[in-house]
Ligand binder design. Sequence first.
Ligand code: FES
Length: 420
Amino acid sequence: MAFRPLPRALNSALSGAHPVTRSFLGQRAGLATAVPPVTQDATSSNGPTAMVFMNMGGPSTTDEVEAFLSRLFADGDLIPLGRLQPYLGPLISKRRTPKIQKQYAEIGGGSPIRKWSEYQCTEMCKLLDKINPESAPHKPYVAFRYADPLTEEMYTKLLDDGFGRGRGGRAVAFTQYPQYSCSTTGSSLNELWKWRNRLEGKRANGDMDPTGTVQWSVIDRWPTHPGLVEAFAKNIEAQLATYPEEKRSSAVLLFSAHSLPMSVVNRGDPYPAEVAATVHAVMQRLNFSNPYRLCWQSQVGPSAWLGAQTSDTVQEYVKRGHTDIVLVPIAFTSDHIETLYELDLEVMEDAGHLPGVKRAESMNGNPVFIEALADIAKTHLRKDEKCSMQMTLRCQGCRSERCLEQKKFFAGEQGASLVL
Ligand code: FES
């Protein structure tokens, strides 16, 4: 899918004139002395602020697939394999590598998730510098759970850039999973907490929070933010507009999200409810213009996963005569293998390549989406909260010490007592 930058008009309106350009214009206007460059809204700023986008990541080349899969199957938060995880994880990842390499080769040789994440984060930071100068400059970072740049790499860069190590500084961990799951955002936070402790934790005197460490806060979910809802609705409307008018309102909207093992769902994971909340908010914005369903994709292995499966749903509806279907990836913020391969190639093939079965575009470089990210971040920075209240409540079935300690850490001094 083609890289789509912000429209030029919006871009220039948002970024303003470059200091060098202003200086140059000043000289042209005949000023005797050069105008000093205007630096980043820094005079009244509490910045810099590090904005860290957390996501699962994906291999940028087929050579990175094996390492990506081995990290993925080693993560008990994402794929719980119990005590056999250290043995089964490497076996499964090794066996799956050639097949997954082929899939990445078919979508152009790698996942575009790094390109999109870096672009979205950079553009959001530019916007934030304008709409929230109090915390400017905002510096973009990306931390992936299973691919480069890994959390460790991001944290090291953060320290090298002047945060922490006795110098303090504020950083925001901004999940790029709009709907919270302990297997996605929770896993990324567990990893961030681990590396924070390794790189900045205990000093020789045993102090877990020595002065001058990075001060973290977390944007942990945003399933119904109006900007996110608007961006989804606009992409759906654009796809619906491609159908002949008489068919437009009867096309089925099939929202598709990554599935979860039923063991995670039954533990009390909030993800299914939050995904359903996004779907409902988008449908409300569309005035419930079309029939719709939510279904789930990307199951692996023989254990029970949350259904109905996306591919089965499409095939069943097509059999019944619903030949106009718009697939809507509702839990991803950019294209990756689950959209470009699974939906665009596999599901379309299963549906017999019917011309009426289409997919709404992913968020990628969508300016409405990037404005929404900036608005979410601005609200968070102004509220000065450590995380949402909802993050302080553990799943009913959670027995993980790591979850407990991680949540206490991110909830901060005041919130830690809420985490039980
Ligand atoms: Fe959900 Fe631990 S598994 S809080």
